[in-house]
Design a protein around this ligand. Structure first.
Ligand SMILES: Cc1cc2nc3c(=O)[nH]c(=O)nc-3n(C[C@H](O)[C@H](O)[C@H](O)COP(=O)(O)O)c2cc1C
Length: 345
Protein backbone atom coordinates (compact mmCIF):
# COMPACT_ATOMS: atom_id res chain seq x y z
CA UNK A 1 0.00 0.00 0.00
CA UNK A 2 1.21 3.54 -0.80
CA UNK A 3 1.64 5.45 2.46
CA UNK A 4 1.09 9.17 3.03
CA UNK A 5 4.21 10.96 4.23
CA UNK A 6 3.86 13.67 6.90
CA UNK A 7 3.26 17.01 5.15
CA UNK A 8 0.56 19.23 3.73
CA UNK A 9 -1.93 16.48 2.94
CA UNK A 10 -1.62 14.80 6.32
CA UNK A 11 -1.98 18.22 8.00
CA UNK A 12 -5.26 18.61 6.12
CA UNK A 13 -6.44 15.31 7.61
CA UNK A 14 -5.89 13.02 4.61
CA UNK A 15 -4.80 9.43 5.12
CA UNK A 16 -4.10 8.27 1.57
CA UNK A 17 -1.67 9.80 -0.95
CA UNK A 18 -4.42 9.96 -3.57
CA UNK A 19 -6.59 12.99 -4.40
CA UNK A 20 -9.97 13.09 -6.16
CA UNK A 21 -9.20 15.78 -8.74
CA UNK A 22 -11.72 18.49 -9.64
CA UNK A 23 -13.83 17.73 -12.71
CA UNK A 24 -16.08 20.61 -13.79
CA UNK A 25 -18.99 20.25 -16.18
CA UNK A 26 -20.87 17.63 -14.15
CA UNK A 27 -18.61 14.71 -13.12
CA UNK A 28 -17.58 16.12 -9.72
CA UNK A 29 -20.55 16.11 -7.37
CA UNK A 30 -20.84 16.73 -3.63
CA UNK A 31 -21.41 12.95 -3.32
CA UNK A 32 -18.10 12.21 -5.04
CA UNK A 33 -16.17 14.60 -2.78
CA UNK A 34 -17.82 13.20 0.36
CA UNK A 35 -17.26 9.59 -0.78
CA UNK A 36 -13.57 10.31 -1.31
CA UNK A 37 -13.28 11.74 2.20
CA UNK A 38 -14.70 8.53 3.73
CA UNK A 39 -11.47 6.72 2.80
CA UNK A 40 -9.23 9.58 3.90
CA UNK A 41 -8.78 11.08 0.44
CA UNK A 42 -8.83 14.82 -0.22
CA UNK A 43 -11.46 15.62 -2.84
CA UNK A 44 -11.94 18.82 -4.80
CA UNK A 45 -15.21 20.56 -5.53
CA UNK A 46 -15.09 21.83 -9.13
CA UNK A 47 -15.94 25.54 -9.00
CA UNK A 48 -15.50 26.11 -12.75
CA UNK A 49 -18.58 26.98 -14.87
CA UNK A 50 -20.82 27.15 -11.75
CA UNK A 51 -22.55 30.30 -10.58
CA UNK A 52 -21.28 31.54 -7.20
CA UNK A 53 -24.62 30.53 -5.67
CA UNK A 54 -24.36 26.96 -6.95
CA UNK A 55 -20.77 26.77 -5.73
CA UNK A 56 -21.82 28.05 -2.29
CA UNK A 57 -24.55 25.43 -2.17
CA UNK A 58 -22.15 22.62 -3.07
CA UNK A 59 -19.64 23.77 -0.44
CA UNK A 60 -22.47 23.79 2.08
CA UNK A 61 -23.48 20.23 1.15
CA UNK A 62 -19.92 18.91 1.42
CA UNK A 63 -19.03 20.82 4.58
CA UNK A 64 -22.04 19.41 6.40
CA UNK A 65 -20.39 15.97 6.04
CA UNK A 66 -16.62 16.49 5.93
CA UNK A 67 -13.85 19.05 6.36
CA UNK A 68 -11.51 17.10 4.07
CA UNK A 69 -12.12 18.97 0.82
CA UNK A 70 -10.85 21.75 -1.42
CA UNK A 71 -12.35 24.02 -4.08
CA UNK A 72 -10.93 24.44 -7.56
CA UNK A 73 -11.33 27.59 -9.66
CA UNK A 74 -10.42 28.63 -13.19
CA UNK A 75 -7.96 31.51 -12.72
CA UNK A 76 -8.48 34.27 -15.30
CA UNK A 77 -5.92 34.03 -18.09
CA UNK A 78 -7.94 35.27 -21.05
CA UNK A 79 -7.68 33.52 -24.39
CA UNK A 80 -9.88 35.87 -26.42
CA UNK A 81 -11.06 34.49 -29.74
CA UNK A 82 -10.36 36.23 -33.03
CA UNK A 83 -13.76 37.39 -34.41
CA UNK A 84 -13.09 36.12 -37.93
CA UNK A 85 -11.80 32.76 -36.70
CA UNK A 86 -14.89 32.46 -34.48
CA UNK A 87 -17.17 33.07 -37.50
CA UNK A 88 -15.33 30.52 -39.63
CA UNK A 89 -15.47 27.91 -36.85
CA UNK A 90 -19.16 28.58 -36.30
CA UNK A 91 -19.77 27.95 -40.01
CA UNK A 92 -17.76 24.71 -39.85
CA UNK A 93 -19.84 23.56 -36.86
CA UNK A 94 -23.18 24.29 -38.51
CA UNK A 95 -23.63 20.81 -40.11
CA UNK A 96 -23.15 19.28 -36.65
CA UNK A 97 -25.65 21.71 -35.15
CA UNK A 98 -28.12 20.78 -37.92
CA UNK A 99 -27.59 17.09 -37.19
CA UNK A 100 -28.73 17.56 -33.57
CA UNK A 101 -31.13 20.48 -34.10
CA UNK A 102 -28.96 22.81 -31.99
CA UNK A 103 -28.86 26.59 -32.28
CA UNK A 104 -25.34 28.04 -32.15
CA UNK A 105 -24.78 31.52 -30.64
CA UNK A 106 -24.04 34.21 -33.25
CA UNK A 107 -21.51 36.19 -31.22
CA UNK A 108 -18.56 35.16 -29.06
CA UNK A 109 -19.23 35.29 -25.33
CA UNK A 110 -16.19 36.10 -23.20
CA UNK A 111 -16.30 36.01 -19.38
CA UNK A 112 -14.08 35.34 -16.38
CA UNK A 113 -16.25 32.63 -14.82
CA UNK A 114 -17.42 35.06 -12.08
CA UNK A 115 -13.90 35.23 -10.66
CA UNK A 116 -14.41 38.16 -8.26
CA UNK A 117 -17.66 36.82 -6.83
CA UNK A 118 -16.10 33.37 -6.29
CA UNK A 119 -13.08 34.91 -4.55
CA UNK A 120 -15.39 36.92 -2.28
CA UNK A 121 -17.36 33.79 -1.45
CA UNK A 122 -14.24 31.79 -0.58
CA UNK A 123 -12.58 34.58 1.39
CA UNK A 124 -15.72 35.33 3.39
CA UNK A 125 -16.27 31.70 4.31
CA UNK A 126 -12.84 30.06 3.99
CA UNK A 127 -12.40 26.44 2.94
CA UNK A 128 -9.38 24.25 3.81
CA UNK A 129 -7.77 24.39 0.33
CA UNK A 130 -8.24 26.21 -2.96
CA UNK A 131 -6.59 25.20 -6.21
CA UNK A 132 -6.26 27.14 -9.43
CA UNK A 133 -5.87 26.06 -13.01
CA UNK A 134 -5.24 27.85 -16.34
CA UNK A 135 -3.24 30.66 -14.75
CA UNK A 136 -1.57 31.97 -11.59
CA UNK A 137 -3.63 34.46 -9.56
CA UNK A 138 -1.96 37.66 -8.31
CA UNK A 139 0.29 37.19 -5.27
CA UNK A 140 -2.03 39.37 -3.16
CA UNK A 141 -4.87 36.92 -3.84
CA UNK A 142 -2.69 33.98 -2.80
CA UNK A 143 -1.71 35.85 0.38
CA UNK A 144 -5.33 36.78 1.13
CA UNK A 145 -6.30 33.09 1.08
CA UNK A 146 -3.37 32.12 3.26
CA UNK A 147 -4.23 34.87 5.78
CA UNK A 148 -7.77 33.47 5.84
CA UNK A 149 -6.34 30.03 6.75
CA UNK A 150 -6.82 28.48 3.30
CA UNK A 151 -3.96 26.50 1.69
CA UNK A 152 -3.28 27.46 -1.92
CA UNK A 153 -2.47 24.92 -4.61
CA UNK A 154 -1.55 25.77 -8.18
CA UNK A 155 -1.77 23.57 -11.27
CA UNK A 156 1.41 23.78 -13.36
CA UNK A 157 2.41 22.01 -16.54
CA UNK A 158 6.12 22.84 -16.82
CA UNK A 159 9.15 23.55 -14.70
CA UNK A 160 8.93 27.28 -15.52
CA UNK A 161 5.30 27.50 -14.35
CA UNK A 162 6.21 25.57 -11.18
CA UNK A 163 9.01 28.00 -10.39
CA UNK A 164 6.72 31.02 -10.87
CA UNK A 165 4.03 29.45 -8.67
CA UNK A 166 6.58 28.64 -5.96
CA UNK A 167 7.98 32.19 -6.13
CA UNK A 168 4.43 33.49 -5.61
CA UNK A 169 4.31 31.47 -2.38
CA UNK A 170 1.79 28.69 -3.08
CA UNK A 171 1.59 25.82 -0.58
CA UNK A 172 1.75 23.05 -3.24
CA UNK A 173 1.75 22.59 -6.99
CA UNK A 174 -0.12 20.04 -9.06
CA UNK A 175 2.26 18.87 -11.80
CA UNK A 176 -0.23 18.03 -14.52
CA UNK A 177 1.00 16.15 -17.57
CA UNK A 178 -0.93 16.35 -20.85
CA UNK A 179 -1.88 12.68 -20.30
CA UNK A 180 -4.66 14.13 -18.10
CA UNK A 181 -8.28 13.89 -19.10
CA UNK A 182 -10.15 17.14 -19.68
CA UNK A 183 -8.39 20.49 -19.83
CA UNK A 184 -4.65 20.63 -19.68
CA UNK A 185 -4.01 23.52 -17.29
CA UNK A 186 -1.24 25.17 -19.33
CA UNK A 187 -0.86 28.93 -18.87
CA UNK A 188 0.10 29.25 -22.58
CA UNK A 189 -2.53 27.32 -24.55
CA UNK A 190 -0.98 28.32 -27.90
CA UNK A 191 2.20 26.34 -27.23
CA UNK A 192 2.96 22.79 -28.34
CA UNK A 193 1.83 19.86 -26.21
CA UNK A 194 4.86 17.97 -24.87
CA UNK A 195 4.99 14.18 -24.57
CA UNK A 196 5.71 13.92 -20.87
CA UNK A 197 4.31 11.63 -18.22
CA UNK A 198 3.30 12.75 -14.76
CA UNK A 199 6.26 10.88 -13.23
CA UNK A 200 8.69 12.63 -15.59
CA UNK A 201 7.13 16.04 -14.86
CA UNK A 202 7.34 15.45 -11.10
CA UNK A 203 11.00 14.47 -11.44
CA UNK A 204 11.64 17.74 -13.34
CA UNK A 205 9.72 19.95 -10.91
CA UNK A 206 10.42 18.47 -7.45
CA UNK A 207 14.08 19.53 -7.28
CA UNK A 208 13.29 23.18 -8.15
CA UNK A 209 10.37 23.96 -5.84
CA UNK A 210 10.38 24.06 -2.03
CA UNK A 211 6.72 22.98 -1.71
CA UNK A 212 5.01 19.59 -2.10
CA UNK A 213 4.28 18.41 -5.63
CA UNK A 214 1.06 16.56 -6.43
CA UNK A 215 1.10 14.58 -9.68
CA UNK A 216 -1.74 14.44 -12.21
CA UNK A 217 -2.37 12.99 -15.63
CA UNK A 218 -2.87 9.43 -16.78
CA UNK A 219 -2.74 7.94 -13.25
CA UNK A 220 -5.31 5.17 -13.23
CA UNK A 221 -3.56 2.17 -11.65
CA UNK A 222 -1.87 1.58 -8.29
CA UNK A 223 1.35 0.97 -10.22
CA UNK A 224 1.27 4.45 -11.82
CA UNK A 225 0.43 5.99 -8.42
CA UNK A 226 3.44 4.23 -6.84
CA UNK A 227 5.62 5.46 -9.70
CA UNK A 228 4.77 9.17 -9.18
CA UNK A 229 5.24 8.84 -5.42
CA UNK A 230 8.66 7.30 -6.09
CA UNK A 231 9.46 10.27 -8.37
CA UNK A 232 8.93 12.61 -5.42
CA UNK A 233 5.22 13.44 -5.48
CA UNK A 234 3.36 13.79 -2.18
CA UNK A 235 0.20 12.49 -3.82
CA UNK A 236 -1.44 11.41 -7.06
CA UNK A 237 -4.49 13.31 -8.36
CA UNK A 238 -6.95 11.15 -10.28
CA UNK A 239 -9.85 12.23 -12.44
CA UNK A 240 -10.65 9.86 -15.29
CA UNK A 241 -10.38 6.82 -12.98
CA UNK A 242 -13.46 8.15 -11.13
CA UNK A 243 -15.65 9.03 -14.13
CA UNK A 244 -17.61 5.77 -14.07
CA UNK A 245 -18.17 5.74 -10.28
CA UNK A 246 -21.85 5.93 -9.31
CA UNK A 247 -21.22 9.09 -7.24
CA UNK A 248 -19.90 10.97 -10.30
CA UNK A 249 -22.25 13.11 -12.37
CA UNK A 250 -20.81 11.86 -15.68
CA UNK A 251 -23.34 11.89 -18.56
CA UNK A 252 -24.71 8.43 -19.43
CA UNK A 253 -23.38 8.68 -23.03
CA UNK A 254 -19.92 9.59 -21.67
CA UNK A 255 -20.01 6.62 -19.26
CA UNK A 256 -20.98 4.25 -22.07
CA UNK A 257 -18.21 5.59 -24.31
CA UNK A 258 -15.59 5.08 -21.57
CA UNK A 259 -16.65 1.44 -21.26
CA UNK A 260 -16.94 0.81 -24.99
CA UNK A 261 -14.38 -1.06 -27.09
CA UNK A 262 -15.30 1.22 -30.01
CA UNK A 263 -12.83 3.94 -28.90
CA UNK A 264 -9.20 3.24 -29.57
CA UNK A 265 -7.39 6.33 -28.33
CA UNK A 266 -7.50 9.78 -26.79
CA UNK A 267 -6.48 13.06 -28.45
CA UNK A 268 -5.71 16.58 -27.30
CA UNK A 269 -8.19 18.94 -28.93
CA UNK A 270 -9.36 22.55 -28.67
CA UNK A 271 -12.47 21.76 -30.71
CA UNK A 272 -14.88 21.80 -27.74
CA UNK A 273 -13.67 24.70 -25.63
CA UNK A 274 -10.92 26.64 -27.40
CA UNK A 275 -8.33 25.34 -24.94
CA UNK A 276 -6.35 22.09 -25.26
CA UNK A 277 -8.08 19.19 -23.53
CA UNK A 278 -7.82 15.42 -23.79
CA UNK A 279 -10.84 13.43 -24.96
CA UNK A 280 -11.70 10.15 -26.60
CA UNK A 281 -11.05 10.40 -30.33
CA UNK A 282 -14.28 10.56 -32.34
CA UNK A 283 -15.46 11.52 -35.82
CA UNK A 284 -16.06 15.01 -34.36
CA UNK A 285 -12.54 15.46 -32.96
CA UNK A 286 -11.06 14.19 -36.26
CA UNK A 287 -13.14 16.66 -38.28
CA UNK A 288 -13.05 19.71 -36.01
CA UNK A 289 -9.65 19.67 -34.27
CA UNK A 290 -7.79 21.01 -37.33
CA UNK A 291 -10.43 23.75 -37.79
CA UNK A 292 -10.65 24.93 -34.16
CA UNK A 293 -9.08 28.26 -33.20
CA UNK A 294 -8.00 29.00 -29.65
CA UNK A 295 -10.56 30.99 -27.67
CA UNK A 296 -11.65 30.21 -24.14
CA UNK A 297 -14.39 30.41 -22.99
CA UNK A 298 -15.85 31.63 -26.34
CA UNK A 299 -15.62 28.18 -27.95
CA UNK A 300 -16.92 26.52 -24.79
CA UNK A 301 -20.05 28.68 -25.03
CA UNK A 302 -20.26 28.19 -28.81
CA UNK A 303 -20.32 24.38 -28.57
CA UNK A 304 -22.50 24.19 -25.42
CA UNK A 305 -25.86 23.96 -27.27
CA UNK A 306 -24.42 21.37 -29.65
CA UNK A 307 -23.05 19.23 -26.80
CA UNK A 308 -26.33 19.54 -24.88
CA UNK A 309 -28.34 18.43 -27.91
CA UNK A 310 -25.98 15.52 -28.61
CA UNK A 311 -26.22 14.41 -24.96
CA UNK A 312 -30.02 14.67 -25.04
CA UNK A 313 -30.01 12.49 -28.17
CA UNK A 314 -27.78 9.99 -26.34
CA UNK A 315 -25.23 10.33 -29.16
CA UNK A 316 -21.63 10.58 -27.91
CA UNK A 317 -20.13 11.61 -31.29
CA UNK A 318 -20.16 15.36 -30.67
CA UNK A 319 -19.81 15.14 -26.89
CA UNK A 320 -16.65 16.22 -25.10
CA UNK A 321 -15.77 12.73 -23.93
CA UNK A 322 -13.00 13.92 -21.61
CA UNK A 323 -10.64 11.06 -20.87
CA UNK A 324 -7.02 10.72 -19.78
CA UNK A 325 -4.66 8.19 -21.29
CA UNK A 326 -5.54 5.69 -18.54
CA UNK A 327 -9.25 5.65 -19.41
CA UNK A 328 -9.41 1.89 -19.98
CA UNK A 329 -8.85 1.43 -16.22
CA UNK A 330 -11.88 3.54 -15.23
CA UNK A 331 -14.25 1.02 -13.67
CA UNK A 332 -17.86 1.09 -12.61
CA UNK A 333 -17.28 0.84 -8.86
CA UNK A 334 -17.88 2.98 -5.75
CA UNK A 335 -15.43 5.88 -5.54
CA UNK A 336 -14.16 4.65 -2.16
CA UNK A 337 -13.18 1.30 -3.74
CA UNK A 338 -11.53 3.00 -6.74
CA UNK A 339 -9.50 5.33 -4.50
CA UNK A 340 -8.43 2.54 -2.14
CA UNK A 341 -7.45 0.38 -5.13
CA UNK A 342 -5.38 3.25 -6.59
CA UNK A 343 -3.61 3.70 -3.25
CA UNK A 344 -2.88 -0.05 -3.27
CA UNK A 345 -4.89 -0.43 -0.06
C1 LIG B 1 -14.17 15.44 -16.91
C2 LIG B 1 -13.00 16.22 -16.41
C3 LIG B 1 -13.19 17.52 -15.96
C4 LIG B 1 -12.11 18.25 -15.45
N1 LIG B 1 -12.31 19.50 -14.94
C5 LIG B 1 -11.28 20.16 -14.32
C6 LIG B 1 -11.51 21.38 -13.62
O1 LIG B 1 -12.62 21.86 -13.53
N2 LIG B 1 -10.45 21.97 -13.04
C7 LIG B 1 -9.20 21.43 -13.08
O2 LIG B 1 -8.26 22.02 -12.51
N3 LIG B 1 -8.95 20.27 -13.72
C8 LIG B 1 -9.97 19.63 -14.31
N4 LIG B 1 -9.75 18.40 -14.89
C9 LIG B 1 -8.41 17.80 -14.77
C10 LIG B 1 -8.35 16.99 -13.45
O3 LIG B 1 -8.46 17.83 -12.35
C11 LIG B 1 -7.05 16.17 -13.36
O4 LIG B 1 -5.93 17.00 -13.52
C12 LIG B 1 -7.02 15.07 -14.39
O5 LIG B 1 -8.25 14.41 -14.44
C13 LIG B 1 -5.93 14.07 -14.07
O6 LIG B 1 -5.71 13.20 -15.13
P1 LIG B 1 -6.56 11.86 -15.35
O7 LIG B 1 -7.86 12.30 -15.90
O8 LIG B 1 -5.76 11.10 -16.36
O9 LIG B 1 -6.69 11.17 -14.03
C14 LIG B 1 -10.81 17.66 -15.43
C15 LIG B 1 -10.65 16.35 -15.88
C16 LIG B 1 -11.72 15.62 -16.35
C17 LIG B 1 -11.51 14.20 -16.79
Amino acid sequence: MSRLRPGLLSELGAQLPVIAAPMAGGPTTAELVVASSTVGTLGFIAGGYKTPDRLADEIHQVRARTELFGVNLFAPNPVPVDAEAFGAYRTALQPWADRYGAELPQQPQEDDDAWDAKLQLLLKDPVPVVSFTFGLPPQQTIRAFQRAGTRVVQTVTSRAEAQQAAAAGVDAVVAQSPCAGGHWGTWSPGGSVPSITAAQLVAEISPVVPCPVWAAGGLATSHSVREVLASGAEAACVGTALLRCPEAGTQPAHRRALASAAYAETVVTSAFSGRPARALRTEFTDAMTPAAPLGFPALHHLTTPLRRAAAAAGDPTALNLWAGTGWRHAAEEPAADALRRLAGA
